[in-house]
Design a protein around this ligand. Structure first.
Ligand SMILES: C[S@@+](CC[C@H](N)C(=O)[O-])C[C@H]1O[C@@H](n2cnc3c(N)ncnc32)[C@H](O)[C@@H]1O
Length: 276
């Protein structure tokens, strides 16, 4: 079968699930990232049509296209992803953009810790854009760290990775001190489970999404850890749930700290910066 017929058939099947425009998008991503095909209207034969059809079946079961291809775009870079890591989100690109803007006029070594490193998209992108960054990432999950390690190598950005549960306070001293602590921690409330889409709920790692009984448990731990591990004048950057900005700010509020809240491109409260 040629590429044009294969892609038309796939878009038609996927339209019921995704709508026409998104189905077209998803098939374009699949063909480009997994098969190196950029022209959906090409009359060339699609090699490996059996594998393509299997991929379309996975998409029909609501599996995110990034897990099917094993790749995700973040800040213009391709990151390896699999079921052990969250698919990097556009909102997180905005958080990275904020950090990079603040680093713009600096030329000194900056030690950065990412709590819940996932694919490594945050520190690796910072390292790509700011060459004086010394990067460290932690995650509780060894399989997740393996993906971060591969991305660090593939994208040529060295990073120290620790397999560490941030909620275990006895391990914090091993980390050292940082100029910047950044985190996009698990922050979804259990009650939101019912309204979440299958592609997230069925495929993305539960522990990357949900914080557990106390939805602020990670912010509280990050506040405590930062109080011990950030250098004076250092900064914490956080991604937050749009509904809980006031709660997160309350956790970090202290007289001598300056706190800024930033909206994402959708106009939702999404990022908090705390200057110590
Ligand atoms: C929302 S994801 C963010 C991943 C990545 N930083 C990003 O922005 O795409 C949260 C990450 O925290 C990690 N995590 C969950 N519980 C943790 C814990 N107790 N200690 C350390 N990391 C944890 C998850 O494995 C996941 O990689």
């Amino acid at each position: 079968m040629n590429i044009k017929d294969a892609s038309t058939a796939a878009i038609s099947k996927l339209s019921t699930l995704y709508g026409d425009r998104e189905a077209h998008n998803v098939v374009s991503i699949l063909l480009e990232d997994a098969y190196g095909v950029t022209n959906l209207a090409s009359e060339k034969v699609l090699e490996d049509i059996a594998s393509f059809n299997e991929d379309v079946e996975r998409l029909l079961r609501s599996e995110p296209v990034q897990y099917v291809t094993g790749r995700a775009d973040f800040f213009g870079y391709k990151f390896k992803v699999n079921k052990h890591v969250l698919i990097p989100r556009p909102e997180t690109e905005e958080l990275v953009h904020w950090i990079l803007q603040d680093l713009k006029n600096q030329k000194k070594q900056v030690d950065i810790l990412d709590i819940g490193v996932g694919s490594g998209c945050i520190p690796i992108t910072i390292g790509k854009k700011y060459k004086f960054a010394r990067l460290c990432g932690i995650d509780y999950n060894m399989d997740t760290l393996n993906v971060a390690r591969i991305n660090s190598k593939n994208l040529g950005v060295p990073m120290t990775l620790y397999n560490l549960d941030v909620l275990n306070r006895t391990l914090w001293d091993a980390l050292g001190r940082f100029d910047i602590i950044v985190s996009n921690p698990p922050y979804i409330d259990e009650k939101d489970r019912q309204v979440m889409a299958d592609n997230v709920l069925l495929y993305e790692p539960e522990k990357a999404l949900f914080a557990g009984d106390d939805k602020f448990v990670f912010y509280k731990a990050i506040e405590e850890l930062s109080s011990k591990s950030i250098i004076p004048g250092g900064t914490v950057y956080l991604e937050i749930h749009e509904d809980y900005a006031a709660d997160v700010i309350d956790i970090f509020r202290k007289e001598d700290r300056q706190i800024d809240l930033k909206k994402d491109l959708q106009g939702k409260d999404r990022m908090v910066k705390v200057k110590f």
